[in-house]
Design a protein around this ligand. Structure first.
Ligand code: NAP
Length: 571
């Protein structure tokens, strides 16, 4: 079982013990007392008091603990002499000898660099820990560790081998700043390698790209993962809080067979998809975990990262939600791989028509080998589905915008035989969208997997209109596919449609918005005040998420739960 360890920066021993108590109640297995700013290493009587307070704190702690006194050189705060902290470790490790009432720490953490600096230091550390040549009965074990807060160390493998070779090393730990998602794959490989050597191992990526290695540690039999008690008390960048690790990512349920899913984009840290899909997996009993997967803009980043994750033997990547700026990159990747002879790639008609997809589903055989990669665009169908649910006899719809979402939504309506009016700030862009959608080939270049009409010739024409012309053409529904009204967007306070146009639409017109932050956009607020029926952006979000979920799990999405979780997450 992979342990959850809560690190605690010790300022005073009473608060540290209170935090350790809270960690126990939140589900931690272990705490790490970081004493590097508490312990000065001085030789005066005051410093002796520090040692005794640490001894008492460790002894009083209800959870097993690691004691770490990290020097500045390895990203910690201790700047006293090495001799003093090594003496502290020896005192802690042998504390049982001074009285049975005192409990020693389960582990001490010493940096590989310190441990191998001199034979003298190594011998002094070894005096306080259990190891094959130890003559005393000691119950404290040694974690040897190595850190790099900037990048992957060039000599990483040599450092790991060195730790493996030290007889006193009970657990080896590497932590470095992940430069991209791909660094996680190497960290997971390191865990696998350690298993082959029979050595418990901690291998963690720091920073925003490192979350995958922290959450997936149980899948690769990692010894432990660190989780902070509070968002502001993380001891390393990218450390998750224990509540998220346990409740959101269901860390305790992750095992070697767990399938991995994620949302790929930039940014993805505010995405509500992890909350929705992880809750759904738990509800239907699907053995999967869904993570935010940041990939910076640029096709080369996307291609290299996604292919590396798909090829990784133990990762079991089973599905991706793909968001801005990579929706086009997903279809491009599928086309390129297909053209290079990999016939496992399939693209549905809507993704093919739009040149953009938001979903990847990976099927694997019993040996974990990928047998198909299915690309879909569930955005357009979800928006069209939400509007059709409100207007079953829909024949005329106005799409506001001519960007990526508008393209998918317009194509989805048109595929269902609806006449589409495109209204956009830039007429040139609207005309380009019309030409692009009308000029589509009747057959996609790859095998289509969606169930939409293929005969483009029979599909209705698209019309580009000024917003004011909507008053005459009387659409049965209007859907906003621009970011106007979105919090943090280009025009958060504006309505995507002028009040003059809105007040002159038919009384039966349904007004929908793709924006879901906030749920009630200025457009929907205006429409509601006119007593028009409204569909908020959550309907589209939930629709696209539900189709992804069914594709990945072969089960229907628990819509009520999706709805509740999404609303709570947005609130
Ligand atoms: P996009 O490709 O950047 O398209 C932007 C479109 O909006 C363009 O047509 C642009 O007009 C127009 N626009 C931008 N700022 C404007 C302004 N101030 N006034 C008038 N028009 C403006 O964006 P997208 O990817 O299509 O996304 C559009 C919205 O849909 C976003 O808010 C996104 O969050 C939302 N969305 C929601 C879901 C969901 O699940 N609910 C899914 C996907 C997207 P020009 O051509 O004149 O520049």
């Amino acid at each position: 079982m992979t342990l959850i360890c809560v690190p605690i920066f010790v300022e005073d021993s009473a608060s540290a013990l209170a935090d350790a108590h809270e960690a126990l109640h939140r589900g931690a297995d272990l705490v790490e007392f970081r004493v590097d700013s508490f312990f000065t290493g001085g030789r005066d009587p005051a410093a002796e008091g520090e040692v005794e307070r640490i001894v008492a704190m460790v002894s009083d702690c209800k959870l097993p603990c690691i004691v770490t006194c990290r020097p500045v050189l390895e990203g910690g705060q201790y700047d006293g002499p090495d001799d003093a902290r090594i003496s502290l470790f020896e005192r802690l490790g042998t504390v049982g000898a001074s009285g049975p009432a005192l409990r020693p720490p389960r582990y001490i953490d010493v940096e590989l660099l310190t441990y191998t600096r001199s034979e003298n230091l190594k011998q002094k550390v070894n005096l306080g820990v259990d190891h094959p040549a130890q003559v005393r009965e000691l119950s404290t074990s040694l974690i040897l560790s190595t850190h790099d807060f900037h990048t992957r160390p060039l000599d990483l493998i040599r450092r790991i081998e060195q730790m493996f070779q030290e007889p006193a090393c009970a657990v080896a730990k590497v932590a470095y700043r992940a430069r991209s998602l791909r660094d996680n794959l190497e960290l997971l490989d390191i865990l696998q390698l350690a298993q082959e050597h029979g050595k418990p191992m901690i291998a963690l990526g720091m920073g925003p790209y490192g979350l995958m290695s922290r959450v997936l540690a149980p899948k690769f039999n990692g010894f432990l993962t660190f989780a902070s008690l509070r968002r502001q008390s993380a001891t390393a960048p990218g450390q998750p809080v224990i509540g998220d690790l346990v409740d959101l990512y269901r860390f305790r349920a992750i095992n070697s067979a767990t399938k991995v899913y994620g949302v790929v984009g930039d940014p993805v840290e505010h995405s509500i998809s992890p909350m929705v899909h992880n809750a759904g997996f738990e509800a239907v009993g699907h053995d999967g975990v869904y993570l935010p997967m940041p990939i910076p803009a640029g096709y080369e980043h996307f291609k290299a990262t996604v292919l590396a994750m798909l090829d990784h033997p133990g990762l079991d990547l089973a599905g991706l939600s793909v968001t801005i700026p990579h929706k086009e990159n997903l279809v491009r990747l599928a086309r390129e791989e297909w053209a290079e002879g990999d016939g496992r790639w399939e693209v549905d008609l809507l993704s093919e028509q739009c040149g953009a997809g938001n979903t990847l589903a990976v099927r694997r055989d019993g040996k974990g080998r990928a047998t198909s990669f299915e690309v879909r665009n569930t955005d357009g169908a979800a928006a069209a589905g939400a509007v059709f649910a409100a207007v079953p006899d829909l024949r005329r719809v106005a799409v506001l915008g001519a960007g990526g979402t508008a393209r998918a939504v317009a194509a989805a309506f048109r595929n269902r035989g609806v006449e589409v009016f495109i209204v956009n700030r830039s007429q040139t862009r609207a005309l380009a969208l019309k030409a692009e959608l009308e000029g589509l080939h009747a057959e996609p270049s790859l095998e289509p997997s969606g169930g939409v009409p293929r005969d483009q010739a029979r599909l209705p024409a698209l019309r580009v209109l000024e917003a004011s012309a909507l008053i005459q053409v009387k659409p049965q529904a209007v859907i906003n596919c621009t970011p106007v009204g979105m919090a943090g967007g280009p025009a958060p306070k504006e309505s995507a449609l002028s009040s003059e146009v809105l007040w002159n639409l038919s009384d039966q017109c349904v007004v929908a918005d793709c924006v879901y932050r906030p749920l009630t956009t200025p457009l929907l607020a205006q429409a509601a005040s006119r007593h028009l029926r409204c569909i908020d952006g959550l309907a589209m979000f939930l629709g696209q998420a539900a189709e992804q979920f069914s594709l990945w799990t072969d089960r229907s999405a628990p819509m009520q739960l999706f709805q509740t979780v999404a609303r709570e997450s947005l609130a």
